[in-house]
Every structure is written in structure tokens, then in C-alpha cells.
Design a protein around this ligand. Structure first.
Ligand code: HAM
Length: 489
């Protein structure tokens, strides 16, 4: 049934419905609404018929009369199908994520997409908590489709308890769900590559994570002229709050509000900060510090004793040694919107400024205690699959990924399906990727082999088979010869 849909798609015309009815099934693809109508159970006609109706009202009435069940062929808004070519691209990207993680000696972990809602209930007013896909399951439990993976990681670290040997370096690739306003590269479902380190309090952890991000970009052909990584520390803001005697418990809320700078007006930010309990004098101080773009200026304003300054200086010095300093820059306005970050925060952006953040992360040393456990220092990042694909498209860096089939086997006579099956079986046992084609004309098979770029075409013909041979055509060289099945492999 699904294979019929694409060809029918080409027949779509606005305001017309085409429906084919057979005893077992029927399809109706409607121009402007792209609907597929299925009715297995209710079809009454024994003949295939095609009918066109020019108004949806008549059509709806007809469908209702016939008991048709109408489904939308599009996936839910903001979500994606992955047809083969998209899937090849996704696998290629994930393979790069995995290889970079391996190069940094991280281990892969995984979690359920469905999590307990309580893991994501935070009171700082973050956007993410307002975008939850949350509901009650049939057992009355409050659950969510996770919007991010960090709380699940924390949950597993807590669950493993004392048995876990630190430092722990984990990576994961998983689907996340956020009921977002959709923009380019932002969807309601996306995959995120996460790398996280637990048990390293030194800035080395951040330096390692940024190294991973840079290695990934380099693999994909992206240079530091295309992309930069802005770095700051939440301790900068913490210092400013201390300087203005603002109580510590307001810190998280202030971070969440300040992250909206540039997204909403300054007046709105000020209003929100005042409602959180920040004085207007402090607001001016905060906004002034957030405009700083150089470490020396920051040092001048905060003094060299501040942890924020020491951490950032250390990170920039390590970046020199790793050899990626051209990728990173200090920008005090980077605060990030998630409540749990406590120290260095960073995000990668395209230098042309066309897209949203490519990835982002930071230190979150106090997340575990919010779940009632002892804290362990932690640091990590999330890297989505959607923005990076948009960037690769922009830069003309999308790879040309072809289907990987080694051999096509084609029996020239339907009576040779047994020998053809033997050939296929022995090739597959040797690990070759083999497709058996039947009931097609030879001309179609030649074209197909070219189209999918198979290495060899193996023809099983009567006279060759009687001699224990098959005919081989090598696509790249156009060579053609007979060989025994053993030699084939
Ligand atoms: P985040 O900044 O919310 O951080 O998301 C990280 C990345 O996920 C973004 O930079 C973007 O690439 C991608 N992303 C987020 N939302 C969407 C969306 N709606 N559509 C497409 N891509 C999206 C976190 O999620 C943190 N948990 C990251 C982290 C891990 N921090 C420490 N460890």
C-alpha cells in the first residue's frame, strides 16, 4: 500500500480527489490536503473505479456515506519521516557522532524516550518546561516524551550509586521532543548527540568537550571561518549578583531571564528581573557586564580573584594547547536557558548568523542534589541533528550518499529461481550485500544496477548453470566473464 502512495502523490491536483476502489483496499489522495483514504473493510464495489470530484464537501459526504477512514499522510507537525535517502544522511551523521565520541574514549549509553514527568519539573520558568509533551499513562502516572537527555543521565548516575567509578564519560544519541514554535532547524522532534563527563571538577572537562565539538566540525568539512563557539561562565553573573548583594537563591531565575536578552526587548527583561526581585541598579550592572566580549575587560571589571575569570583563563589557555583557540571566543552574553548550569557555558553558532545555536552545553555541578542525591561535578553538551544539516546544506557540504549494494543477482529464466537463490545465499554468507531481482526485463535490470551503483551484476542463465557457472558483469570496468559460484565469492 505504501509503495503506491508516492506515484499517486504525483497525481495530486488542488481541489480534486482521486480515489481508486478495489475489493480489498482503496486510496484517495486529495490535492490540497494530501490525504490517503483507506478502507479495507467497507469497500463494496468489486471493480476498480476512479472518480474525480471537484469539491471537498461532496467528497467528504461521499466518504462518510461509504464509511471511509481518513488519515493524513503527513507525519504530525514538526516531526519527520526518514525515507531511505534521509535515513542514509542521518546514519552518516550519527556515525560521525559515534566516531568522535570513540576518539575521546567515551562510552555509549541509552535511555527511554518516555520518562517520568517529575524529572523535568523545574521551577525557574525555563522555556523547556513549558514545551513538554506530557500526559498521564493508562496507569495514572505522569510521563513525558523527554525534551532533553541530561536529567536521564543524572538519573542513571544516581541509580548506579557507589558502584560507578569516576570520572565517567558517556555519550548518547537520542530523540527529544519539545512543543516549539518552529523555525529553520528547530522542530518538535529532533535527535541530540550528548557527551557528558561526571566527576571532573576541573576545566579540563570543558576543554575536552569543546575539543569533541571541534573534531566533529572538522570531520564534516566545517572550518572556524564558518562556525565559532562562544564561551562564558555563569559565575560571571554570580559575581555581579554578589557585587549587588542579590540573594543567591535568585541566581537560577536571573539566569533564565537574562538568557532572553536579544530575544525579547530590554524593557521586558527589566520587568521580569524586577518581578524576580532584582533592583534596577543591579539590572544596569548585569546588562553592562553581559556586553563584555574580552577576558581582559572582564578581569578589569570583576577582578582577577574571581573564579569566573580564573576558569575562563584556564580554558582559553588549554584551547591553545589543544590547537582550537581560533574556534572559541569569550562572550559574556552567553548564559543559556537551562536552569541547572553552574559554571562555564558554551554554544556553537554559524558566523553568518543565519541559524539558531548548533549545539550548546556547560557545567552543571548541582543537578544531582535537585534529585535528592549527593552532587557530583558534571559537564556536557547537546548537539542537535537539524541545525547542522541546515548548515551543511548552506555550505554545500552534504555528502553524496549512495545505496550500498555489492551484487545484483538475476535469473534469466523463472525456472532458475532455485539456482539464483543458491548464489544469493552463498554470497550473503560471505558478508556481501546482495539483492535478488525477479520478474523484470533485462533492460530494466541493467538500468537498476547502474542506478544503485552496484559493483556486479550476476546473471544466472541456463547454459552457464549447466556448466556450474554464472555470468558476471563488473559495472566499473564493463568486464564480462563466466565464473563458478565458488569463484564468485
Ligand atoms: P539545549 O541548548 O536545550 O541543551 O539543546 C542542545 C541542542 O539541541 C541545541 O543547540 C540544538 O542543536 C538542539 N535542539 C534543541 N532543541 C531543538 C529543537 N526544537 N529542534 C532541533 N534541535 C534542537 C540541552 O538540551 C542540554 N540538555 C544539553 C546538555 C547536555 N547540557 C549538558 N549536557
Amino acid at each position: 500500500m505504501a509503495s503506491l502512495a508516492p506515484s499517486l502523490h504525483q497525481m495530486l491536483r488542488p481541489r480534486f480527489a482521486l480515489s481508486l476502489t478495489s475489493p480489498s483496499s482503496s486510496f484517495s489522495l486529495l490535492g490540497s490536503r494530501h490525504r490517503l483514504v483507506l478502507h479495507h473493510l467497507f469497500a463494496s464495489s468489486s471493480q476498480t473505479s476512479a472518480s474525480l470530484s471537484s469539491t471537498s464537501t461532496t467528497r467528504d459526504a461521499e466518504e462518510e456515506k461509504q464509511g471511509l477512514e481518513v488519515i493524513d499522510v503527513n507525519p504530525p507537525r514538526g516531526t519527520r519521516d526518514f525515507p531511505p535517502e534521509e535515513m542514509r544522511l542521518r546514519n552518516w551523521l550519527f556515525q560521525n557522532f559515534r566516531e568522535v565520541s570513540g576518539v575521546l574514549a567515551f562510552e555509549e549509553v541509552d535511555f527511554p524516550v518516555l520518562e517520568s514527568e517529575s524529572l523535568f519539573i523545574r521551577k525557574a520558568g525555563e522555556e523547556i518546561t513549558q514545551q513538554l509533551y506530557n500526559f498521564e499513562d493508562k496507569g495514572g502516572r505522569r510521563v513525558v516524551l523527554r525534551p532533553e537527555i541530561t536529567p536521564s543521565l543524572a538519573r542513571l548516575v544516581i541509580k548506579q550509586g557507589k558502584s560507578v567509578s569516576l570520572p565517567l564519560k558517556w555519550f548518547t544519541i537520542g530523540q527529544c521532543w519539545r512543543y516549539e514554535r518552529m523555525t529553520r532547524g528547530r522542530r518538535r522532534e529532533h535527535y541530540q548527540w550528548n557527551m557528558d563527563i561526571f566527576g571532573v571538577s576541573k576545566v579540563r572537562a570543558e576543554a575536552e568537550l569543546i575539543h569533541a565539538i571541534v573534531l566533529l566540525f572538522e570531520r564534516l568539512g566545517i572550518t572556524s571561518l564558518d562556525v565559532g563557539i562562544r564561551v562564558s561562565s555563569r559565575k560571571v553573573l554570580q559575581s555581579v549578583l554578589e557585587m549587588h548583594n542579590i540573594p543567591e537563591h535568585l541566581f537560577t531565575q536571573v539566569c533564565v531571564v537574562v538568557d532572553k536578552l536579544g530575544k525579547i526587548t530590554r524593557e521586558e527583561i527589566e520587568k521580569e528581573l524586577i518581578s524576580v526581585g532584582v533592583s534596577s541598579e543591579a539590572i544596569n550592572g548585569i546588562i553592562e557586564v553581559l556586553s563584555i566580549k574580552s577576558l581582559s575587560k572582564l578581569e578589569e571589571v570583576l577582578g582577577s580573584e574571581r573564579e569566573a575569570v580564573a576558569d575562563l583563563k584556564k580554558l582559553f589557555s588549554l584551547a591553545e594547547h589543544y590547537g582550537y583557540s581560533q574556534w572559541i571566543s569569550f562572550d559574556a552574553s552567553v548564559v543559556r536557558g537551562l536552569a541547572y548550569y553552574t559554571g562555564i557555558v558554551f554554544e556553537a553558532f554559524d558566523r553568518e548568523g543565519k541559524l539558531r545555536a548548533i549545539c550548546g552545553g556547560g557545567r552543571y555541578d548541582r543537578l544531582l542534589s535537585t534529585f535528592g542525591s549527593d552532587d557530583i561535578s558534571a559537564c556536557g553538551f547537546g548537539f542537535g541533528d537539524a541545525v547542522i544539516i541546515e548548515l551543511l546544506k548552506e555550505k554545500g557540504l552534504l555528502p553524496d550518499l549512495v545505496r550500498q549494494v555489492d551484487d545484483i543477482v538475476f535469473p534469466l529464466d523463472s525456472e532458475l529461481e532455485g539456482p539464483a537463490s543458491m548464489v544469493v545465499s552463498s554470497l550473503r554468507k560471505k558478508g556481501r550485500s546482495v539483492d535478488l531481482i525477479e520478474d523484470k526485463r533485462l533492460k530494466w535490470v541493467f538500468k537498476h544496477v547502474e542506478r544503485i551503483n552496484a559493483e556486479r551484476l550476476i546473471l544466472v542463465g541456463n547454459s552457464e548453470w549447466q556448466r556450474g557457472m554464472v555470468r558476471v558483469k563488473i559495472l566499473s570496468t564493463r568486464e564480462e566473464y563466466d565464473v563458478s559460484v565458488d569463484e564468485l565469492v
